[in-house]
Design a protein around this ligand. Structure first.
Ligand SMILES: *Cc1c(COP(=O)(O)O)cnc(C)c1O
Length: 338
């Protein structure tokens, strides 16, 4: 029996892909790096493999690409993080398409006579050529990446820099720059969008123009319920003292499962659409909630993420981004397709 489950809605994921494609008019490069953002690549890959709107998968490293092949993926796989000498074999064995971001990547790749994409750094300060080099060989695609998609002025400067590079490369079939947040710019010179977060049902910014529905539910069991008197301390460090008679529920989900301790005394968990506040410090395996006035019983499910509270909501409270919280969901949490 599982005490904590991450439920994945295949239907919602397919619907999000359709809506992204409808809005942008472009095919999708589905970003599934880092175990599909912590969700579980074993579950996500078979869903996206059968979505027509998805033309490529994108991963961080050749090893991640090899995992995708071992899961039966036949679509194209782009390796965003380039290639090192020791990884060439993995690249070839798995028919992976590397992104070339510097001259060392290029020297390795050009002799292999395989297709590759070229990345340009237009203001991200991470991977990519900062000068508009024109590389010879089987250039299948070119790309760039937004550093601050919420900043319109800076993003426009990046767009113009990339547009000038694109003009130098004639006859390139695949051009991509927009990420989940970046797709608000609706570029007229790109052919694909490179999307992770929005596929998984999280909106990257407020007033997002694409209809995206939550596709993840994170729930855990209540393993004990009890009544405490007023003035009773809760959890390590006694950071919360009950104000009146309090019914508490002990939830089988802690920081080891991915719920950061910094959310102690801040976050609310959910019973359906009803809030139950986290009281006291979150511990390794357990979190304590105030369930006074509810009929929650031992064995019931309490929701950390559902329709009403997404990873994005939680990340704001924690002072971080939804990506980080998703990537930290421990392997102890069961994954289930619903
Ligand atoms: C992770 C990543 C993406 C996807 O970003 P989302 O915000 O999840 O859509 C796109 N491009 C690159 C280069 C990335 O590293």
């Amino acid at each position: 029996m599982s005490r904590a489950v991450l439920e994945i809605s295949g239907e919602r994921i397919r619907e999000n892909c359709r809506n992204i494609c409808k809005y942008t008019g472009k095919k999708i490069i589905a970003v599934v790096k880092s175990d599909a953002y912590g969700i579980g690549i074993r579950y996500i890959a078979p869903i996206l493999e059968h979505v027509d709107e998805v033309e490529y998968f994108a991963v961080a490293s050749p090893d991640e690409g090899a995992i995708l092949r071992s899961l039966g993926v036949r679509k194209k796989i782009l390796v965003l993080g380039g290639v090192l000498k020791e990884e060439v074999e993995t690249l070839l064995e798995n028919r992976l398409i590397p992104v070339v971001s510097d001259m060392n990547h290029y020297r390795l790749v050009k002799d292999l006579k395989i297709p590759f994409h070229v990345k340009f750094d237009t203001g991200m300060g991470r991977l990519g050529f900062t000068d508009p080099v024109k590389l010879e060989g089987r250039v299948e695609g070119i790309m760039s990446h937004f550093s601050s998609p919420a900043d319109k002025d800076f993003s426009m400067a990046q767009i113009e820099a990339f547009r000038r590079i694109v003009e130098k490369y004639k006859d390139i079939g695949v051009i991509h720059m927009e990420s989940s947040a970046g797709l608000i710019y609706n570029l007229d010179f790109t052919t694909h969008v490179r999307i992770g977060l929005a596929i998984y049902g999280e909106k990257p910014i407020r007033d997002y123009p694409v209809s995206i529905k939550p596709s993840l539910t994170l729930k855990a069991r209540v393993i004990s319920v009890k009544e405490l008197p007023a003035g009773y301390p809760i959890s390590y460090g006694r950071t919360y003292i009950t104000r009146g008679r309090t019914k508490v529920g002990i939830v089988a989900f802690g920081y080891a499962d991915g719920l950061m301790k910094s959310l102690s005394n801040k976050l609310k968990l959910m019973v359906g659409s009803q809030n139950v506040p986290v009281i006291g410090n979150i511990t390794m395996d357990m979190t304590i909630v105030d369930i006074t006035g509810t009929d929650v019983r031992e064995g019931d499910w309490i929701y950390i993420v559902n329709e009403y509270q997404t990873f994005s909501h939680i990340s704001k409270l924690a002072g971080t981004i939804p990506y980080e919280i998703m990537c930290n969901i421990s392997s102890r949490v069961e994954r289930k397709i619903v």
